[in-house]
Write a protein that binds this ligand. Structure first.
Ligand code: PAF
Length: 284
């Protein structure tokens, strides 16, 4: 596996691959990799000849300094995992490479408000502006044919799809299903902060959302009651809920009669760890 830190090093490799007419996939990450990320790399291999994984903990998408500072950085382990997963190039830019004029004078993007200012965006104002700002930079630097994102961050996936359509990036977005632990907890770098009791509570998120999705599938018009009941169940089981929402899968609008695909999305805290998850739901 090759590794590059600067734009020049990255471009030298990409130029050669383009000359060889290779199809290139990008897997953007913030590191601290787990099986969920490795599933993204595996999907990238299915869609391209060469796979670039980026690791960059992007300061512009964190709400406060604290979460950014404590975000786990495990580069050596990540390198080993990516090597074993057959990643072709690891791009590990520093702040200067991603934001050459500094954060204070960086060109920034604003994510589409209808998608970005609700749910996660309402809880974490500006978060998706930071995401699209860095993802656009990665797209410009790597110029991939394909970019791979996990469905665990479902709202992020939609925001990035919109970015690609709106700005006309000639690339395909490939979504990958959420990877879960044995008791259903969606894999996340933040899970490492959970102690045993908090983990047990966190595991309720999947079962409650899965049951809620099942109920909405058979009685879609009941979605407001399902949201309320799911919230209460999660709170009874020890989680502090930011939101539980049943939304149309395509644009996160409120469900309407006849919608074919919905998503039940939630964010909740177990101790001081914030969890997000979602389940698909196809009304019968
Ligand atoms: O999902 C993530 O890890 C990040 O939001 C991303 C897409 C790598 C942008 O920093």
């Amino acid at each position: 596996m090759r590794q590059s830190q600067t734009r020049e090093q990255l471009w030298a490799v990409i130029r050669n691959w383009r000359r060889a007419r290779f199809r290139i996939a990008l897997v953007p990450t913030m590191g601290n990799l787990h099986d969920g990320h490795l599933a993204l790399v595996a999907a990238a291999h299915e869609h391209a000849d060469r796979v670039v994984t980026s690791i960059y903990v992007n300061p512009t998408q964190f709400d406060d300094g604290e979460d950014f500072e404590r975000y786990p950085r495990t580069l050596e382990e990540d390198q080993g995992l990516l090597e074993a997963a057959g990643c072709d190039l690891l791009f590990i830019p520093d702040d200067q490479t991603v934001y050459p004029y500094g954060l204070g004078d960086a060109t920034r993007l604003t994510a589409a408000p209808s998608l970005a200012n609700i749910l996660e965006g309402a809880c974490r104002p500006g978060h998706f502006d930071g995401v699209v700002t860095v993802v656009a930079r990665l797209f410009s630097l790597v110029a991939p044919d394909v970019a791979v994102f996990g469905e665990k961050d479902y709202q992020q996936l939609l925001v990035i799809r919109r970015l690609v359509e709106d700005l006309g990036y000639p690339l395909q977005i490939v979504p990958v299903a959420t990877v879960r632990g044995v008791r259903g907890l969606a894999l996340s770098s933040r899970n490492r902060y959970l102690d045993d009791a908090q983990r047990a509570a966190a595991e309720q998120l999947n079962s409650v959302l899965s049951a809620a999705a099942g109920r909405v599938a058979v009685a879609p018009a009941d979605w407001p009651a399902v949201e309320q009941e799911a919230r209460e169940l999660l709170e009874q089981r020890g989680l502090r809920v930011d939101y539980v929402a049943v939304r149309r899968a395509a644009d996160l609008a409120a469900p309407e009669a006849g919608d074919r695909e919905l998503r039940v999305l939630a964010a909740a805290w177990s101790g001081s760890t914030r969890l997000i998850d979602n389940h698909v739901c196809k009304p019968v």
